[in-house]
Design a protein around this ligand. Structure first.
Ligand SMILES: [Zn+2]
Length: 173
């Protein structure tokens, strides 16, 4: 019986190793050092800012897209192409957005709650509102913020609804 359990454990470990191939993760602060000193980031995590960011891991993907949180391990996943070629301001605001999700995940919140559409999901609205507040603080115009908010998977209706919830004026024809 005991032997059987050990065998099963070894099999599981092997499988685990296999799954890990190709998904290396790195310390978040190795790539984004200094972000722990930014006021908005300190507001998100409070006194635990250093500790949380020190433990945060980042994975790079070739799949494309922008960045998101891996729901299973809490890692931040970033498209390597986006990091290399994306607009610096957009990347900065996305990082703020994703760090809000890191906090939410730690609070036990469901990040991909299918009961809501993307732009109405409370976790998304909170993440966007923190990012937009920061966008305004660094001096972005409403027009520029709208450009940031608009993604290819968002309809004009979605964008309108999100912009309204965030108190951003989007001029849509
Ligand atoms: Zn989000």
């Amino acid at each position: 019986m005991l032997l059987l359990n050990v065998m099963r454990l070894i099999r599981l470990l092997r499988l685990y190793k296999l799954l890990r191939i190709g998904t290396r993760d790195y310390p978040f602060l190795y790539y984004f050092r200094g972000i722990e000193n930014v006021a908005v980031v300190r507001r998100i995590f409070g006194k635990k800012t250093e500790e949380i960011l020190k433990n945060l891991r980042v994975e790079f993907t070739w799949i494309g897209g922008y960045m998101w949180i891996n729901n299973f391990n809490g890692h931040l996943v970033i498209s390597a192409k986006y990091l290399k070629e994306g607009d610096r301001t957009d990347i900065y605001l996305d990082l703020i957005h994703e760090l809000v999700h890191v906090k939410q995940l730690m609070e036990g919140k469901e990040l991909f709650d299918v009961h809501y559409s993307y732009t109405e999901r409370p976790t998304e609205v909170e993440a966007y509102s923190v990012a937009v507040e920061e966008a305004k603080r660094i001096g972005l115009s409403d027009k520029r913020i709208c450009r940031y908010l608009k993604t290819e998977w968002m309809s004009d209706e979605d964008l309108k609804r999100l912009a309204k919830a965030l108190n951003v004026k989007c001029a849509l024809e």
